[in-house]
Design a protein around this ligand. Structure first.
Ligand code: NAP
Ligand code: ZN
Length: 346
C-alpha cells in the first residue's frame, strides 16, 4: 500500500480536512503518479454536497489530475518514470463491451469506474485527485504535451474533454455559429476550443462582467442573458449551443436561439430536472442532446489539439487550505476560470 496525503470532505455541509489515504500497491499494468495539480470542477461540488445522490463520506474529490509518473507495474508499456501524465473522470471500465471497444469508455455498458465516489475492481472505494498520489491502470492515463504546464493541463482532463467532445461530434468549425452558455470552467474552455476549430463563437453569460475575457478567448460576440433583448436579438441564430450552466435555466429560451435543425447539447448537470416545452423543438426540427466527458482516445486527441493550438485554461492556483473558499467562489460564479490545487501544500 502507498500512503498519500489528501483533503477529504466528511459530509454535505462539512469543511475539507487534511487526511491520509491508502493507494493500492502496483498491479501489473498500474502506474503510480505523483499528483502535482488537481483542478476543482463544479461536479466535485455537486458530489461533495450530495446533490447527485447519496455519497459515502469521507470523500476525496478531484478528477482533473496532472502529475509525474514515479513508478510502473511490471507489465506497463505506455509510460515510464518521469513522464508527464494526466488522469480524468474515470480510472477503469470493462474494456469488453461494445462502447468500450469503440473507445467510448465513459459509456461502458458495465459501468465505468469514476475517479472518485465509485468502487474499483478490487472492491475498494475510489478517491480522487485532491491528494498527493494515485494509482491508475495505464490505459486510463494520458500524456500531457510538453508545451503545456502541469497546472494548466489539469483542467483539460475534465473541462477540456467535456467541451471538446461535443464540439467535435457536432462539427463546430468554419461556417458554424456556436453559442456557449455560461463562461466558467467548462465554458471558457469551450470558447477557446470552438474558436480554434474555426467556428464563429458567441458567449451567453449572465452579465457582461467577463466580456473582455470572452473576446480575448476567441469569441466574436458576447451577450448578457439577464437582458431580455438578448433573446429577441439572437432568435434563430445558432447551429449549435453548448450549455455549461450548473443550475436550472429556462431551456425554451435557449432553444429559441437555434436555427432550423440546430442542436443544443447540455453538458451542465444540475441536480434538479430541467423542463422544456416540446413545441420549442418541434417548431424548427431542433435537437436536444447530452454529452458526458469523452473517451480515452479522444481525451488524448484533445490534449494534442490543445498542445498544437497553444490552448490552455486560465487558472488560479490555490493551496489545499483554500478549497472551501474556492467552492464558495465557484458557487457565486466568481471563478476565473478554474481553481487548481497545488498538491505540494497538502
Ligand atoms: P462553473 O465553473 O461553476 O461554471 C458554470 C457557469 O454557469 C458559471 O460560471 C456561470 O457562468 C453559469 N451559471 C451558474 N449559475 C447560473 C445560473 N443560476 N443561471 C445562469 N447561469 C449560471 O462550473 P463548471 O465546472 O464549468 O461545470 C459546469 C457544469 O457542467 C456543472 O453542472 C458540472 O457538474 C457539469 N459537468 C458536466 C460534465 C459532463 O461530462 N457532462 C463534465 C464536467 C462538468 P456566467 O458567470 O458566465 O453566467
Ligand atoms: Zn469535472
Amino acid at each position: 500500500m502507498i500512503t498519500a496525503k489528501a483533503r477529504a470532505v466528511h459530509g454535505p455541509d462539512k469543511p475539507f480536512k487534511a487526511t491520509e489515504i491508502q493507494r493500492r500497491s502496483l498491479d501489473t499494468h498500474d502506474v503510480l503518479i505523483e499528483i502535482k495539480y488537481a483542478g476543482i470542477c463544479h461536479s466535485d461540488i455537486h458530489t461533495a454536497h450530495g446533490e447527485w445522490g447519496d455519497v459515502n463520506y469521507p470523500l476525496v474529490p478531484g478528477h482533473e489530475i496532472a502529475g509525474i509518473v514515479t513508478d510502473v507495474g511490471t507489465g506497463v508499456t505506455k509510460y515510464k518514470v518521469g513522464d508527464r501524465v494526466g488522469v480524468g473522470c474515470m480510472v477503469d471500465s470493462c474494456g469488453e463491451c461494445e462502447n468500450c471497444r469503440q473507445g467510448e469508455e465513459q459509456y461502458c455498458l458495465n459501468g465505468m469506474t469514476p475517479t472518485y465516489a465509485g468502487v474499483d475492481k478490487y472492491g475498494e472505494p475510489t478517491q480522487g485527485g485532491y491528494s498527493t498520489h494515485i494509482v491508475v491502470v495505464e490505459d486510463f492515463v494520458v500524456k500531457i504535451p510538453d508545451n503545456i504546464e502541469l497546472d494548466a493541463a489539469a483542467p483539460l482532463l475534465c473541462a477540456g474533454i467535456t467541451t471538446f467532445s461535443p464540439l467535435n461530434r457536432w462539427e463546430a468549425g468554419p461556417g458554424k455559429k456556436v453559442a456557449i452558455v455560461g463562461m466558467g470552467g467548462l465554458g471558457h474552455m469551450a470558447v477557446k476550443i470552438a474558436s480554434a476549430m474555426g467556428a464563429e463563437v458567441t458567449v451567453l453569460s449572465q452579465t457582461l462582467n467577463k466580456q473582455e475575457d470572452g473576446l480575448n478567448f476567441g469569441a466574436k460576440d458576447y451577450y448578457a442573458t439577464n437582458d431580455p433583448e438578448t433573446f429577441k436579438k439572437l432568435s434563430g441564430s445558432f447551429d449549435l449551443i453548448i450549455n455549461t450552466v450548473s443550475a436550472k435555466v429556462d431551456m425554451d429560451a435557449y432553444f429559441s436561439l437555434l436555427t432550423l435543425d440546430g442542436t443544443l447539447v447540455n453538458v451542465g448537470a444540475p441536480g434538479e430536472p430541467l423542463s422544456l416545452n416540446v413545441m420549442s423543438l418541434i417548431g424548427h426540427r431542433r435537437s436536444f442532446a447530452g454529452s458526458m466527458i469523452g473517451g480515452i482516445r479522444e481525451t488524448q486527441e484533445m490534449l494534442d489539439f490543445c498542445g498544437e493550438h497553444g490552448i490552455v485554461p486560465k487558472v488560479e492556483v490555490i493551496s489545499a487550505d483554500e478549497i472551501d473558499e474556492a467552492y464558495k467562489r465557484v458557487l457565486a460564479s466568481d471563478v476565473k476560470y478554474r481553481f487548481v490545487i497545488d498538491t505540494s501544500t497538502m
